[in-house]
Design a protein around this ligand. Structure first.
Ligand SMILES: Nc1ncnc2c1ncn2[C@@H]1O[C@H](COP(=O)(O)OP(=O)(O)OP(=O)(O)O)[C@@H](O)[C@H]1O
Ligand SMILES: [Mg+2]
Length: 169
């Protein structure tokens, strides 16, 4: 079902995931005073890091982009704006999140991409956009849900861009 805060996309190949990430990346590049939070859910191998990598490149990250699967956090900086790419899969229990000292950082005016947010959801603020990936045929389905006013605005901008993504009926 597609409404103003909700789109379902069919991404038949990895480059469709790249294209979608690119579209969202260019949309959020509009100057912003608030933190930007995008959470990526879905089983192992459904394309969360693929999405994150393309998104980070689109917003101007030129460093080598590593998956945070092992490190839990990979951090970047563009023009004094911090960008945090988390993967919480390896957290053994929710309290480990506090032990690692991440809680305060989440309220910075920064960009947050979080894989496996469900591993520590009680400590995480509401995301602007949540994207849940699943395998479908040879490709992926991405269910995109805007959960803040800022997120809903981005969804509207993406619609006006006539983004040529394949919408599921
Ligand atoms: N739309 C797509 N169609 C088909 N394959 C895809 C698509 N998007 C990504 N993939 C492929 O899925 C594989 C796994 O992707 P990726 O590492 O991004 O998954 P992940 O969700 O981050 O996994 P993890 O939970 O282990 O971090 C890669 O080989 C990637 O090319
Ligand atoms: Mg990953």
């Amino acid at each position: 079902m597609n409404t103003s805060n909700n789109i379902d996309l069919f991404l038949p190949k990895p480059n469709n995931t790249d294209y979608f990430a690119n579209t969202l990346g260019t949309t959020i590049l509009i100057k912003n005073k608030k933190p930007i939070r995008i959470y990526l859910t879905g089983e192992i191998g459904t394309g969360k890091t693929t999405f994150a990598r393309s998104f980070l490149k689109t917003i101007g990250v030129i460093d080598k982009i590593k998956s945070p699967s092992y490190s839990i956090l990979e951090q970047y900086n563009i023009d004094n704006l911090n960008i945090y790419h988390f993967d919480f899969y390896r957290l053994n229990h929710h309290m480990e999140f506090l032990d690692l000292g991440f809680k305060d950082l989440l309220y910075e005016k920064a960009i947050f991409l979080i894989e496996w947010p469900e591993k520590t959801k009680e400590f995480l603020p509401t995301p602007d956009i949540e994207i849940s990936f699943q395998c479908y045929k040879e490709g992926r389905i991405a269910k995109v849900l805007a959960r803040t006013i800022q997120g809903i605005e981005w969804m509207k901008i993406m619609e006006t861009k006539n983004i040529n993504l394949q919408y599921l009926l």
